[in-house]
Design a protein. Structure first.
Length: 144
């Protein structure tokens, strides 16, 4: 069986990515993996130090992200698509590439935004960083 991974960030464009990957998944008879990389824990917020309200806020955010991920997974399963969803904390690019390898992903689907040169220079682009290191095809979905 083929495996397709869709990197989602819960932006307004997430549904666009899923809709673009569905026909590919159907054509390849592939399993679709929804992958959301959550921000890693800040260094100063461990389990033994830091204000409780920061840990509680972070826990609530992760709970909401997990719920959203489950809703997208259910949507795909309702449409007859074999699907799994993963919420993983870590550095975005490295975590995506690690999961792609672990899951034997055949095609990675990512959104490509049209940020300007200044944004890319100062902040960088997750898409650009992944595409440089990926060992599999990456399907770029143009996003606004």
């Amino acid at each position: 069986m083929k495996n397709i991974a869709i990197c989602i960030d819960f932006s307004s464009q997430t549904q666009t990515l899923i809709d673009a990957a569905i026909p590919l998944g159907e054509q390849l008879k592939a399993k679709i993996w929804l992958i959301h990389i959550a921000a890693p824990e800040p260094d100063f917020v461990g389990y033994s130090v830091g204000p409780d309200y920061i840990r509680e806020d972070r826990a609530e955010t992760l709970k909401e992200e997990h719920q959203f991920l489950g809703e997208y997974k259910d949507q795909l399963k309702t449409n007859g698509i074999d699907c799994e969803a993963l919420l993983i904390q870590g550095p975005t690019v490295e975590t995506i590439l690690n999961e792609v390898e672990k899951l034997n992903i055949d095609v990675l689907v990512m959104g490509k935004t049209g940020h300007g040169a200044l944004h890319k220079m100062l902040i960088g682009s997750t898409f650009d960083a992944v595409i440089k290191k990926a060992q599999i095809p990456v399907l770029a979905i143009p996003l606004k």
